[in-house]
Design a binder for this molecule. Sequence first.
Ligand code: WQD
Length: 336
Amino acid sequence: MKKILVTGGAGFIGSHTVIELINAAYIPVIIDNFTNSDRKVIKRLEKLAGTPIANYEQDCQDIEKLSDVIDTENITGIVHFAAYKQVEESVSYPLKYYSNNVSGLIDILKLANNKRVRNFVFSSSCTIYGNPDQLPVTEDSVVKPPESPYGSTKQMGENILKDVVKASNSMNALSLRYFNPIGAHPSALIGELPNGVPANLVPFVTQTAAGLRNKLVVYGNDYPTKDGSCERDYIHVIDLAKAHVKALSYLETNKPRIYDVVNIGTGRSTSVLELIKLFEEVTGKKLNYEIGPRRSGDIISTYAAVNKAKDLLGWTSQKSLADALKDAWRWQQTLV
Ligand code: WQD
């Protein structure tokens, strides 16, 4: 069975991907420094999987240790999640982001190259499209100048990967451009653990419903959208996790020196007000919310063109927004 290194494997998307890798008969090997995740996640993953999971508490930038892990575990592929992801924080601490997200990627790619690890999957983001000129957003859409150091690190990451694959004779890589990941595992054993006040909509919604926040503020209802609030493509984290498994299997079955980018979304657009209404319907919880001013830098409307993911990877999202909201709520209730 193939062993896959999952950097940031205790995080939100990483932990769900670990489970989907096991379901697909891979052996995941986690490295995580737990700066933005919880050590308890490992035990919960082992409980869910019903098997011990190799895991190393260490930083991706600790090259010597990482090198040992790749050798000891005989790694054949890497799914690289380990990165910082708070847009606002990145504006205040750009070097923190460039160091971890860009230097960290370069370090791990150097090792992958030297050790001839063939397959590499990178976490990219729809944030690189900015406010798209056309909807749905295809992979050929113009990549807009980044609006934050965070967005910049994702663009740089994609460019670095493309160049590294071109110059290599053994490596394959895919950048997955995630839309808005939400939800949790239906078992409610793993889910999102936001640090402090959540910046993202769904954790704020579930925390408000749980009484941990007073009120949800909807950032603007005067946009040129169906109901005036912003529109996004919300994707269940389990669907997103499965896309990584499909990405690995695509890379394995193709000759080396492939580099490509793929949107991972549902192809459906949902407004903030629609999401709130659906949350109330599926959970029976009334949300205390009010309309507030626009949030600076918000994209007005975006959703993914999903044909490439289907054609190239044989992947499409399976779960509904209602599933994702129910799972997010079930998970939230375990946290209070
Ligand atoms: C969604 C909508 C808000 C909070 C994030 C990342 C970005 C990329 C995609 C990863 C927006 C509105 C939110 C609240 C609200 N992911 N909102 N009240 O902005 O699409 O960006 O996902 O790379 O980098 O930052 O997601 O969840 O913050 O917002 O009205 O309290 O909810 O205005 O329209 P966003 P989000």
